[in-house]
Ligand binder design. Structure first.
Ligand SMILES: CC(C)(COP(=O)(O)OP(=O)(O)OC[C@H]1O[C@@H](n2cnc3c(N)ncnc32)[C@H](O)[C@@H]1OP(=O)(O)O)[C@@H](O)C(=O)NCCC(=O)NCCS
Length: 178
């Protein structure tokens, strides 16, 4: 399985609307309070993602963020997010990366692949290390972070915090190649 990250653009894609409109209530934090996405609200939502990747018109407390639609072949399986920088709040919870996998696609290793691909994107943007956070009871996410080389830092209450050193990841990969 190889996932493909496609940066969210302004062009309307029916499969994206289908996925966004099906995000379960318990995972809706991923939409940042935008509510259920419909054919009407998706236009503004995509515009906001597009601006955010360019660091334009950021709301108070927001940092530039690139959002990616994640495909396996032609099937849209999830979402990846890369925040280009951290602020005080994100240092405590949120970190640099977020990922969402559609419920019917979970448990197949997609999130682990998405984080691996996000690390490559972060490196391309010149980032040296990234912060990942997960609630202590989000076992799947913690597993995904550990598999991707996360090193635990001080927790913030219920939130576990991990750093991934992107240079180290590169060195390890080269070592593996001999
Ligand atoms: C967290 C999430 C992204 C995981 O997606 P996924 O594609 O199912 O994850 P993967 O298949 O790559 O890996 C999950 C790993 O966690 C393990 N896992 C899953 N549930 C677990 C549990 N309850 N206890 C321990 N391990 C668990 C899986 O066995 C797997 O490990 P393995 O590859 O060694 O078998 C998905 O559940 C999701 O989208 N949740 C909502 C959004 C979210 O919480 N995002 C993360 C915070 S930004």
């Amino acid at each position: 399985m190889t996932v493909r990250l496609v940066q969210a653009g302004l062009r309307y894609k029916p499969e994206v609307l289908e996925m966004l409109s099906q995000i379960p209530e318990e995972d809706s934090a991923f939409l940042r309070g935008y509510g259920r996405i419909s054919k009407v609200t998706i236009v503004g939502f995509l515009q906001r993602l597009y601006n955010s990747a360019l660091g334009l018109y950021l709301e108070e407390g927001m940092v530039p963020t690139t959002t990616y639609w994640v495909y396996d072949g032609s099937k849209l399986v999830g979402i990846g997010r890369l925040r280009h920088e951290l602020n005080e709040d994100l240092e405590k919870a949120g970190g640099n990366c977020g990922y969402y996998v559609r419920p019917e696609c979970r448990g197949k290793g997609y999130a682990s692949e998405i984080l691996t691909a996000l690390k490559d994107e972060a490196k391309r943007k010149g980032m040296k290390k990234i912060l990942l956070t997960a609630r202590y009871d989000n076992f799947a996410s913690i597993e995904v972070i550990m598999k991707n080389g996360g090193v635990e830092d001080e927790p913030n209450g219920d939130v576990l915090r991990f750093w991934i050193d992107l240079n180290e990841a590169e060195e390890t990969k080269n070592d593996a190649l001999g």
